[in-house]
Design a binder for this molecule. Structure first.
Ligand code: ACO
Length: 382
């Protein structure tokens, strides 16, 4: 809470001014002009690629999109109703068993390949977790599709029908991936760093990051927002939920509101709110009850003294769920998509830490609040 946990040259945030930059580039500019894959290159390597570098990077990522066939068998070990995040934690951790060379964590070439493997395989792992839950056959990656198009293809294609994702869907999802790609030392990234600081391999560290992201106070918020907006829309009683959020005796919070760092506004929320509006319009949605509820709830909250005083504004996940829902992505895949997007951030931080010769094992201290020294009491005397 009161000091920096590390030095980092990847992402800059000024929470009071609502600034977010990846490697110095404002998020607004990347959202307007970049693609997710180009942003991955930027985060990993520190510079935007030229055309040749981007083509080469795209080719490398495409080479690694398939999973080892033995990894397919892992999915069968899960119950049919397993949360896809549970599958993600397991399968990404299991990659360690397939690439034991990744344990040579200080070797720059090993770091690079591990980063490429993770970025490339995450869409396949994620899409297959959905296919497994649905009882549909796994769809293999296709190298003639863009990164994001390929993910949507593996999610929604079936062997009996040749289909290609809607370009509007691809564009919207690509933007969501860019906006979630990194966010400096958040809970999951700090978890990846702490795990990696013991020189654990990058797949184990990433799996720890996924576990940390899962909770509703972090990446799980996008799923929780939709559940909340649906409940509110159904009840038609916005005020009741605002009052519940303000009630100190009620653990309910307005999901998608508030942020540890942004105390002005979350710049990603502004971008995503506009994208949500544009997408719904382009897709010709006449009635958008969830979006209408979201706008109304935002308006009420932003005028309410409780939220104003505490500087609580919509965060990135307030609107992202509405977009994902419109793309036909089921609720329990929302956090998986966040994990997919954040993988490049996690692995860039891991790589930065492993390349730092002064890095040491992470070892937070504590304030001890327990008993003073006391003598052991035999069980018959307790
Ligand atoms: N609804 C109602 N009240 C809230 C909310 C909310 N969403 N968020 C914070 N508050 C209140 C707290 O009760 C507290 O009030 P108090 O001072 O009277 O005790 C005050 O605002 C400060 O809140 P903290 O919990 O101290 O803020 P913190 O920085 O620890 O938490 C967090 C940030 C976890 C994001 C929080 O705002 C929250 O739970 N939001 C909802 C979940 C969410 O949207 N998470 C996504 C985060 S962004 C991301 O991971 C992509």
């Amino acid at each position: 809470m009161s000091t920096a946990s590390c030095d980092s040259a990847i992402t800059y945030i000024d929470g009071d001014k609502g600034i977010l930059r990846y490697r110095g580039y404002p998020i607004e500019q990347l959202a307007d002009h970049s693609t997710y894959l180009e942003t991955c290159y930027l985060l990993l390597n520190g510079e935007l690629p030229n055309r040749a570098e981007l083509t080469e990077f795209r080719g490398i990522i495409q080479e690694h999109t398939m999973l080892h066939e033995a990894l397919r068998g892992f999915y069968k070990g899960f119950r049919h109703d397993a949360h896809p995040m549970a599958i993600m934690v397991g399968v990404v951790g299991a990659l360690s068993a397939f690439y034991p060379d990744a344990s040579d964590v200080h070797n720059p070439r090993v770091q690079e390949i591990a980063a490429h493997r993770l970025i490339a395989k995450m869409p396949t792992i994620a899409a297959w977790s959905y296919k497994y839950a649905n009882g549909q056959p796994f769809i293999y990656p296709r190298n003639d599709l863009s990164y994001t198009e390929n993910f949507l293809h593996m999610m929604f294609a079936v062997p009996t029908k040749d289909s290609r994702p809607d370009p509007l869907h691809v564009k919207a999802l690509d933007l969501i991936l860019i906006l979630h790609a990194d966010h400096e030392q958040n809970a999951s990234t700090s978890t990846v760093r702490l795990t990696g600081s013991s020189e654990a391999n990058p797949f184990a560290a990433t799996s720890a990051g996924i576990a940390s992201l899962w909770g509703p106070a972090h990446g799980g918020a996008n799923e929780a927002v939709i559940r909340m907006l649906e409940e509110i829309t159904e009840s038609g009683n916005l005020k009741k939920y605002v009052d519940k959020a303000k009630d100190k005796n009620d653990r309910f919070r307005l999901m998608g509101f508030g942020h540890r760092i942004y105390k002005n506004f979350d710049p990603r929320a502004k971008i995503i709110r506009k994208m949500c509006h544009d997408l719904l319009q382009s897709l010709g949605d006449e009635s958008t009850p969830l979006f209408d509820t979201a706008l109304e709830l935002e308006k009420i909250a932003l005028e309410d003294e409780y939220f104003v005083e505490r500087k609580l504004y919509p965060n990135v996940d307030y609107y992202s769920g509405i977009i994902l829902r419109r793309l036909g992505i089921p609720l329990d895949m929302f956090t998986v998509i966040f994990a997919l997007a954040r993988t490049v951030g996690w692995i860039s931080h891991w790589k930065e830490m492993m390349s730092d010769p002064t890095a040491r094992i992470g070892r937070p201290r504590q304030l001890y609040t327990g008993s003073k020294e006391r003598d052991y009491i035999p069980i018959e005397k307790r």
